[in-house]
Design a protein around this ligand. Structure first.
Ligand code: FAD
Length: 457
């Protein structure tokens, strides 16, 4: 055996597994295999000038590499069991929260000490939301910001690099079960063996994870997909909420269909960005802690969760088809003024330019009603009017809607209370397991399995 532990994927799940193993069992020989590049080599070619839109690189620098999908994210670490995954169902509510606070401590000690922790405890917005048929979910959130998040990752890597073997730009092809331990195949006929293996391949590894589960006969169940738009408006409209809470997760139950629409990933003074998932361009958002990079806009997603029942199983395929439709019509992401949407007309460049909100993403003006199913669009429009009551101005004509935003979920892999698959020593964690959907939960799952392995030594 060359390695005691091999970790596949260097996103937050893999990083926190590696970090905790280094701390708790420094004698173990640990390797991390990562399909993408090291942090400093991660560069998305879109520069807004020469390369204006996604050119579909073989490995997406936004989604892959050291830091995973979270590396250039807003770095919002939400400490809560109310959203961000269902880790608590496996390890218990208290353990999950304790681990999320532990992750926070590590982030703070690696460059995040100047950042702020926000909390919904005791806020007046809870009542205001309830009075307007909205529900504010409970959470504490550490906002690192894209810039500090990068520094934290850099510091953690520097601390680990002489203790752990990192194989970058090395996608793992297969995981083979040996009589004792596992064989990790990569490149052309290359492999490494290990006693225990932690798979943490995130969303970008979802198709690969499905293949591994088929090959090893690990049971899975299909999950949900969230579909919606990213809203962009002047930051002052949402400033009462964002100044106090930074990010508020608000849920609205639609009158017509009784669907839940929720806010997601709020970026005060942030920018709207493209996201590439399996070659399909969708929309997302970022914000920065440093004042020099901040904009005058705030953006957030409004998403509707779609759960499918038998016989349909391909919830991600459904989301992909809708995103593909927007790519087909707009060549990428479509942007529309709220006023144009409710009047039933497409937006054009002139109307967007004349509007009071300057878009932070160069998207194609178009008509989202040609892309989003009626049920989803109606829900989003209803929620915008509900939000207008707690943040007046949300339903202004010039509010921009970018589409589509799709939150894909990995199918849920069958794992036990140790986050271990039906094979002893094969752990499946983070977003790749379908159990977590956030930085905090993915990182906490990494610490959890590292401790389980350390306890055995
Ligand atoms: C733009 C953006 C903004 C976000 N903002 C936030 C936020 O503010 N707060 C929040 O909580 N969440 C946010 N998220 C979600 C968050 O980033 C993820 O929940 C989190 O990164 C999941 O961590 P993970 O380790 O499970 O997977 P990932 O971060 O996806 O990492 C998985 C890694 O595995 C690698 N990999 C995949 N397949 C293989 C293979 N076969 N071999 C080797 N390596 C492989 C990938 O290259 C990747 O680097 C954001 C996501 C995006 C895309």
């Amino acid at each position: 055996m060359k390695y005691d532990v091999i970790i596949i994927g260097a996103g937050p799940g893999g990083i926190f597994s590696a970090y905790e193993l280094m701390k708790k069992s420094p004698g173990l020989k640990v390797a991390v295999f990562e399909a993408g590049y090291s942090l400093e080599k991660r560069r998305c070619p879109i520069d807004g000038k020469k390369v204006k839109s996604c050119i579909k690189c073989p490995t997406c620098a936004i989604m892959s590499g050291f830091g995973g999908a979270g590396a250039f994210s807003d770095g919002k670490y939400n400490i809560t069991n109310d959203f961000g995954g269902t880790l608590y169902e496996h390890i218990g509510r208290k353990e999950a929260i304790d681990l999320m606070y532990y992750v926070d401590e590590i982030n703070v000690n690696h460059g995040g000490e100047s950042t702020r922790m926000f909390s919904t405890a005791g806020t007046k917005f809870k009542k205001l939301c309830m009075q307007n048929k909205l529900k504010l979910l409970d959470a504490s959130v550490r906002h690192l910001g894209t810039d500090i998040n990068y520094i934290v990752l850099e510091n953690m890597y520097n601390e680990m690099k002489s203790h752990i073997d990192f194989y970058f730009h090395t996608p793992v092809e297969h995981v083979e079960k040996l009589e004792e331990g596992y064989r990790i195949h990569y490149g052309e006929d290359k492999y490494e063996d290990c006693e225990e293996c932690i798979i943490s391949v995130g969303r970008s590894g979802s198709k690969w994870m499905e293949k591994v589960c088929q090959e090893l006969d690990i049971p899975t169940k299909s999950n949900r997909v969230d579909i919606g738009v990213r809203v962009e408006l002047p930051a002052v409209i949402f400033s009462d909420l964002t100044d106090e809470l930074y990010e508020s997760k608000i849920v609205y139950r639609t009158e017509k269909f009784e669907d839940n629409v929720r806010t997601f990933c709020m970026n005060p003074n942030g920018i709207v960005v493209n996201e590439n998932t399996n070659g399909i361009v969708t929309v997302n958002g970022h914000s920065y802690e440093g004042a020099e990079k901040q904009t005058e806009n705030t953006n957030f997603a409004l998403l509707v969760a779609k759960h499918f029942s038998e016989p349909f199983k391909d919830s991600n395929g459904y989301g992909e088809s809708i995103a593909r439709l927007s790519n087909m019509l707009g060549g990428g992401v479509i942007v529309q003024r709220f006023g144009d949407l409710v009047r039933g007309r497409r937006s054009n460049t002139k109307r967007i330019e004349e509007g009071l909100v300057t878009p932070t993403l160069a998207a194609t003006p178009g008509d989202l009603s040609l892309v989003l199913p009626k049920r989803i669009l109606d829900g989003i429009i209803e929620m915008i009017y509900a939000l207008d009551k707690i943040a007046p101005g949300t339903a202004n004509d010039d509010t921009l809607l970018y589409g589509v935003e799709v939150k894909f979920y990995n199918m849920e892999v069958e794992i036990d209370e140790n986050l271990e698959s039906r094979y002893k020593g094969l752990y499946i964690i983070g977003d790749g397991s379908g159990v977590t959907h956030s930085l905090s939960h993915a990182s906490a799952s990494g610490v959890y399995v590292a401790r389980k392995i350390a306890e055995k030594q």
